[in-house]
Design a protein around this ligand. Sequence first.
Ligand code: SF4
Length: 306
Amino acid sequence: MIVSESYVAISAFAQPSKIDLKTKSKRYREKYSNMQTIPLQSGIIYGPVRSRRLGWSLGLNISPISYKFCSFNCVYCQYGWTTICTLDTTDRLEDFPTPDDFEKALESALLEHEGEEIDNITFSGNGEPTLHPKFEELVDIAKKLREGYFPKAKLGVLSNSSTVDMKKVHRALTKLDFRIMKLDAGALETFKKINRPCPEVNYGTILNGLKSIENVTLQTMFVDGKLQNIGEREVKEWVERVGEIKPVKAQIYSLHRPPAASSLREVTAEKLGEIAAQTEKAAGVTVEAIVAASPYRKRYNEPYRK
Ligand code: SF4
């Protein structure tokens, strides 16, 4: 198990027991009701930002900027609830940046940051990047510009995996240096509860798609509370799926920013460590537990502290 070095578990952020949560639930709800998810990215390029998983990463947001468009509606999403939840972009093509806009924005950002430290250039942003109707073309543009300005930076994607069965997406994914693909659930029931996918998304197709991609890294958000994926059954099922997919590694983490569903609780570093150890033992897959003091706790009166 690897615990991300720059983000060491801090015991002061450990969760209280269930009894504590019950007795303090009213105060907890009051505090959490003030929490805000973060605003959508307002342009194509953001950062470079210091990422828990990626070091200095220049973000590429190729989703609409005036509303949240995604194929999932995850209960923990830092951008709040999804406005339009679908895989179908046909009625909204004009809301996505064109390849020309994308190229201009990226080239200008790379010029602006020349000489700075950028470890990764990452498709991520307001929603699911692979939903962009010309995702493959944008990958080709980004590769070309990366070669010209930051040849040492890795080019990759953070994806929710909902499009892995689409041939053009699959092809684009293989052109990238890294593919960090979401798998938060080991069974359909948990998938529906945590990721709340649009009706066109098929869980079995995602699993098969993930198995068919080489050198895939899985990313998993574990959450606790009324909606959770850390129960004994849920973790066992997830470990089984990880063993079937056989990724190069899995990155697991918990809440770092206020989630869409305010009832969610952060999972402790200790629990993430347990899940990592269990997975490595049962599935033979390297697991990186990424733990961090949540900055939003400080801002919002640290509801888990006693
Ligand atoms: S897949 Fe990502 S952007 Fe979409 S709802 Fe989930 S966390 Fe938010």
